[in-house]
Every structure is written in structure tokens, then in C-alpha cells.
Design a protein around this ligand. Structure first.
Ligand SMILES: Cc1ncc(COP(=O)(O)O)c(C=O)c1O
Length: 372
């Protein structure tokens, strides 16, 4: 250990270590014990992957613990109550839902299905790449439209580029990494029109964080039988990233084509945790409130230091750093804080995830050291 410098130690300590919330939140569950009976902790503050530091809530945790007793069973026989609950929440039929191991599996699966015979997917960059990189692996090409001056998807240009080659148009709304939200009515019109010509995918992983009244999801278009697929996740506001539960919402015939290509099962703890999560309204509201407070702190620090940022509709903030991200990330890591990865071509911007109160104070302190 003596030969390892502080930075490489932080880096090593970050790999594979679980993080347990230390905030003052009364909804926070008790820290877990590893099999060796030691509390599992992490030495770095991980604000790099848009996780929810207030999770798991005691109710979700208890449901997952109870489900341990069923862990010797294959889980699909236990999907039904969860799919029914999701369908009710989304206002669709159970035939519209495909349960997947985290929405990433749904994104990859879609990339595979729509690119395996070639063709192109139109999107705007930077955006979340899970579907796109999988599509490229299976022979698809990505037609990338530049973001507009507000770092939002340029819907007009995307629509212009739709051609006979187009297999799909990919939207991420709110978008990762920018945190931007598209105009609701414009987006609905865009998806409606474009879905007459090609499939539209709407990644709505962060939809729970949208505060705008009556903001439309693209689910109503699914209900109207359009060529639209929506993805959702339990990893963000419900804080279940480690147990991998997500779902796709689409027309029954689309779900039927994709279902045989699903590769893994959602694990039993995830299934019962997700059922509990949908009933845990108190934790849901608490997650939203704490996220809002953390974002405000990030805005205040950026304002004070003089760094531009984008108003976020997610659990992270994209902000300017006025230097190269590699240098900045290294400086922050030396101070014990892991920040987001690069999103080219915006390499003088950084995506910072919200954490608990202690995390945010540590981030603030590190920022004043770096910019002091
Ligand atoms: C936009 C977006 N979609 C999907 C995901 C994947 O989430 P999941 O944990 O459900 O695989 C993420 C994760 O950060 C994301 O940012």
C-alpha cells in the first residue's frame, strides 16, 4: 500500500466497491454488512453514474430481503404482478410491457433488432449511447445531428434526414449527458410525424424528474398504435441501479418480436424490490426533493465560480469547467470526488451526478479548491 499514490488508491478503491448512504435522511436504510460482517464502504465520492444515494428505502430493502428466500427459483413466474403494476402506472395493457434487466438491456436489444440488417439510426449528439453503440456492433450506422445552441436535440434537422435508409430515430428526453428537456408539444408532433415513416425510440430514464406541469411522455403515441418505443427504469428515482430492472413500452406486436431476443431474466430481488418501489410514494417524493436540493447547490456553486451550466431535468447537472476534462477529473479525484466521463466533443464540460448532503458538501469543497 505504501507504494500506491493517493490518486491510484482512490481509483482502485472505486472499482467494484458498493456505496452506502451516509446522509442524514431518515428514509435511508441501515448500511449493509458484507459476508465478512464488515460494513461495505467506498473511499471516494462517486458522482459519476447518476445513481440515487438515498436508496434503498427501508420498504424496498425489506422487499428485496424477503425475496432472497425465493432466490432459488427462476424469476419469470413472478413477473406478472410487477408487469400489471407497471401497466397500471403507465395506463397501458400488460401486452405493451417488456420487462428487461435494466433499461440498458432494452436499449441494446432494440439496437440489435433494428440494426442487424444494416441501415441507419438518426440521433443528436451527445446523447446516451447504449442503443447506438449496440446498433453499430450489429452493422448499423449512426447519423449524428449536431445539438442546437441550447445543447438540445435539433428535431427539425433530424426530421429532414429521415430517408429510405432510416431504421429508427433515437431521442433521449430528458437527455443524458446534457440534462435538457425538449419542448413537450413539439416533441409529440415530431414523434407523431416521424413515426409514420420510421420507428421512434424515446429513452425516458429520467422522466420522473421532470417538473413541468402536464409534460407529455410519448406513451400516448404507443396507445394510439404508433411506431414508438419508450424505455423506463427503476435505477434512477427508485434507486435500484444495482438490481437491474427496466422496461420497454410498445405496441404488442413490437413487444412480441423483441421478447424472444431478451437475453437475461430480471432477478428475483429486483422483481420484488420494484413492486415495493411502485408503492413507496414517500420515498419517491423524498428522492425528488433531495435531488432538487442537490441540483440547487450545484447551480449556486457554478454561479459563484462563474461556470455555465444547463438547467437540469434529471439527477445530474452538465456544467462548463473551463479546462480539459481529463485534468479536471484527475484534480477532483485527488480530492476524493469522482466526476462524470468525457462526452466529446464537449470535453470542457462535465456531468456531475447529485449525491447525498455529505457528498454535495465534499464536491463543493473540492470545487473551491480546484477553482480557488
Ligand atoms: C438516458 C439513460 N438511459 C438508460 C440508462 C440505463 O439505465 P438502467 O440502469 O435502467 O440500465 C441510463 C443510465 O444512466 C441513462 O442515463
Amino acid at each position: 500500500m505504501e507504494n500506491i499514490n493517493r490518486r491510484s488508491w482512490f481509483k482502485t478503491a472505486g472499482i467494484g466497491a458498493a456505496i452506502i448512504g451516509t446522509g442524514s435522511c431518515k428514509l435511508n436504510a441501515e448500511p449493509s454488512k458484507s459476508s465478512a460482517g464488515k460494513v461495505i464502504t467506498d473511499k471516494i465520492i462517486r458522482l459519476s453514474s447518476n445513481e440515487n444515494r438515498y436508496a434503498p428505502s427501508p420498504n424496498i430493502r425489506q422487499a428485496m430481503m424477503d425475496a432472497m428466500d425465493l432466490s432459488y427459483l427462476y424469476s419469470p413466474g413472478h413477473y406478472k404482478p410487477l408487469i400489471e403494476k407497471i401497466a397500471k402506472k403507465e395506463g397501458v395493457s400488460t401486452a405493451n410491457i417488456l420487462l428487461v434487466s435494466g433499461s440498458n438491456e432494452g436499449l441494446r436489444l432494440t439496437g440489435l433488432c433494428y440494426a442487424m440488417n444494416g441501415g441507419e439510426i438518426i440521433t443528436s449528439t451527445p446523447t446516451y449511447k447504449a442503443l447506438l453503440s449496440y446498433a453499430e456492433e450489429f452493422g448499423g450506422t449512426i447519423n449524428k445531428v449536431d445539438r442546437d445552441q441550447d445543447l438540445k436535440f435539433d428535431l427539425e434537422e433530424m426530421e429532414k434526414r429521415v430517408s429510405a435508409k432510416t431504421q429508427m430515430v433515437f431521442l433521449c428526453n430528458p437527455n443524458n449527458p446534457t440534462g435538457t428537456l425538449l419542448d413537450g408539444e413539439k416533441t409529440m408532433d415530431f414523434c407523431d410525424k416521424v413515426s409514420e415513416k420510421t420507428m421512434v425510440f424515446s429513452d425516458e430514464a429520467y422522466a420522473d424528474y421532470i417538473e413541468e406541469d402536464n409534460y407529455p411522455t410519448m406513451v400516448p403515441l404507443v396507445k394510439q398504435g404508433k411506431n414508438v418505443i419508450v424505455s423506463r427504469t427503476f435505477s434512477k428515482v427508485y434507486g435500484m441501479a444495482g438490481v437491474r430492472v427496466g422496461y420497454l413500452i410498445a405496441r404488442p406486436d413490437i413487444i412480441k418480436t423483441m421478447k424472444p431476443k431478451v437475453m437475461g431474466y430480471v432477478n428475483m430481488m429486483g422483481v420484488y424490490g420494484a413492486i415495493a418501489a411502485l408503492d413507496d410514494h414517500e420515498f419517491y417524493q423524498h428522492s425528488l426533493q433531495k435531488n432538487k436540493e442537490a441540483k440547487q447547490l450545484i447551480y449556486d456553486v457554478c454561479d459563484d465560480i462563474g461556470l455555465r451550466y444547463v438547467k437540469s431535468h434529471t439527477n445530474f447537472v452538465f456544467h462548463q469547467i473551463k479546462k480539459d476534462l481529463g485534468t479536471y477529473a484527475s484534480e477532483m479525484l485527488d480530492l476524493g470526488v469522482r466526476v462524470g466521463r468525457p462526452f466529446p466533443p464537449l470535453t470542457d464540460w462535465c456531468r456531475i451526478s447529485t449525491g447525498n448532503e455529505a457528498d454535495m458538501q465534499a464536491w463543493k469543497k473540492a470545487m473551491y479548491e480546484v477553482y480557488g
